[in-house]
Ligand binder design. Structure first.
Ligand SMILES: Nc1ncnc2c1ncn2[C@@H]1O[C@H](COP(=O)(O)OP(=O)(O)O)[C@@H](O)[C@H]1O
Ligand SMILES: [Mg+2]
Length: 251
């Protein structure tokens, strides 16, 4: 069953066709990678999914319901969470407070003070935040100032902040960008670990090692359109992909 269906999405920026008739179907429970050269339109597509950019044409249906026209907060409340290319955290709060914060956000993004005040509810959130911090190897840093963490740790923190929202669909834009090989491998392990939570994932990724370690399905974008789709093995051997993606070099 498809959880997310994208039909005929177009987006122009002035004279530039950033998205050109994009069609994509994301199966419930899958890990779907979107790869492609710089400027292919991957981040623009993700921005359309989370309501940051309005497509000029097309449809985006999540669990049978159109997401178009919804504000980012409403899309988030519908069960779509996103890890941004640059981590968006609360730098002045502790790591633990950052993880708890999204659980207290209301539909319009306001802070749910009532929930915060009810001790039993707060304990539930705390208990879950603790479990997530353990899962993401952030427990030792729980009292640290989030703003002083390394970039890689901030990205893991952002992932933790997504998990506490219990998303049904998690969108990750280059989760290993700028990471060392060791941190990249750690992130792969963490993403595999959270796969057990059964969250459907869309991962934009340039690192083939990450794609082949995690994805069930791969879509390849080039010049604003999806040029190929298949299993990682099929994509790896597709000459059109090698041509578009690396100018003829091997993946
Ligand atoms: N807000 C914007 N205004 C104008 N052009 C944009 C904007 N966002 C992206 N673009 C352009 O759209 C194209 C696709 O960009 P992007 O979606 O960021 O590609 P990718 O994530 O695949 O590298 C690029 O040519 C980029 O310069
Ligand atoms: Mg991008």
């Amino acid at each position: 069953m498809s959880l997310l269906a994208i039909h005929g999405v177009n987006k122009r920026f002035g004279g530039l066709r950033a998205l050109n008739d994009v069609n994509l179907s994301i199966k419930q429970g899958s890990v779907h990678a979107i790869i492609g050269p710089n400027g292919a339109g991957k981040s623009t597509l993700l921005n359309c999914l989370v309501g940051r950019i309005k497509p000029d044409e097309g449809r985006v249906d999540f669990d049978g319901r159109s997401l178009l026209g919804l504000e980012p907060q409403a899309i988030n409340q519908a069960g779509v969470a996103r890890v941004f290319q640059t981590p968006e955290i609360f730098p002045d709060l502790s790591v633990m407070e950052n993880v708890m914060m999204p659980a207290f956000a209301s539909k319009d993004g306001a802070f749910r003070i009532g929930l915060w005040r009810r001790v039993a509810d707060r304990r539930d959130v705390e208990a879950e935040a603790e479990e997530i911090l353990h899962d993401l190897n952030l427990w030792d840093q729980r009292d640290h100032h989030a703003g002083s963490m390394s970039r890689g740790d901030k990205r893991r923190l952002e992932l933790a902040m997504c998990l506490v929202q219990h998303p049904r669909l998690l969108l990750l834009d280059e989760p290993t960008a700028g990471m060392s090989r060791a941190d990249t491998n750690n992130t792969i392990d963490l993403l595999k670990k959270i796969a057990a939570r059964g969250i459907t994932k869309v991962i934009i990724e340039h690192d083939m090692h990450v794609v082949f370690s995690l994805a069930d399905r791969v879509s390849v974008m080039a010049q604003g359109t999806v040029i190929a789709e298949g299993t990682p093995a099929e994509i790896k051997n597709d000459p059109r992909v090698q041509e578009a993606y690396l100018g003829g070099a091997h993946l």
